[in-house]
Design a binder for this molecule. Sequence first.
Ligand code: XMP
Length: 326
Amino acid sequence: DWNPGNVIAEQVERIRAQVGDARVICGLSGGVDSSVAAALVQRAVGDQLTCVFVDHGLLRSGEAEQVEKDFVASTGVRLKIVDARARFLQALAGHTDPETKRKIIGREFIRVFEDAAREVVAESGETGSEVKFLVQGTLYPDVVESGGGEGAANIKSHHNVGGLPDDLQFELVEPLRALFKDEVRAVGLELGVPEAIVWRQPFPGPGLGIRIIGEVTAERLDVLRAADAIAREELTRAGLDREIWQCPVVLLADVRSVGVQGDGRTYGHPIVLRPVSSEDAMTADWTRMPYDVLATISTRITNEVPEVNRVVLDVTSKPPGTIEWE
Ligand code: XMP
């Protein structure tokens, strides 16, 4: 009989057998998979594990805090936070091509992560030791999909923050390899991972960097973060979080339109809402969500975010549209 307690007991044994007393590192993204994998390894080998959270500045409002405070409090995990916000902004400056942006973010992420891994060793004070093992939140569907090797996987270069490419010099620890998403959630809850993390909707590794259409700048990130926070708050308030697979909020940073607010003419930017329903993100349909919730989100964003004077709804299924805009 499948139950999360058995999975935990079995994986704890396996992890201990695999890593012995070596040092283990895990890249945390704040998402379900890397969080549950880290919690499981922490349960198995305690402080031999160091989690590294790279704050690339492309996160949504409150996400860094959620990892820093809630996750650490509930799991007792040892966490190293790297503030790489300036570095990512600098690397992204001047770039507008979606694939280029993705590659820059992926490349910078790996560099920052490798530096952090070296620091973890240096801080441990053990000369000659190195981090041998890397925890990955690989799930069963990921294993199947990457084996298939055709189709949607190559449409965009998916780099997984919290799931790094395996040409890094580590041996992988993948305690979730046999599990489906709903099973991972059950294991996470059993391990005491906060519900806000366990039930989090998918969020791409490159974060808000691929939800600003155009160049990524600090000011644009602030605008998008504010609009996104409003949309998420209202979707949660309306009880739609589990009905909607995810709802990217996208800033069309290079588009402007004329508006009128108060007695004044404005020339601001549009925000796109992209609520989708899906089983596995391979295909999706736009969510027929209640008009009154859309109206509230639109009113609040245009009232509270001065740079935005128009909110539009994306009514495209996947295919032909992907879920993300870049
Ligand atoms: P698309 O836009 O290809 O997205 O329809 C499918 C699903 O994948 C997520 N996504 C990513 N997740 N790293 C990730 O970890 C990425 O680079 C990435 N790009 C897209 C997207 O949010 C959706 O759930």
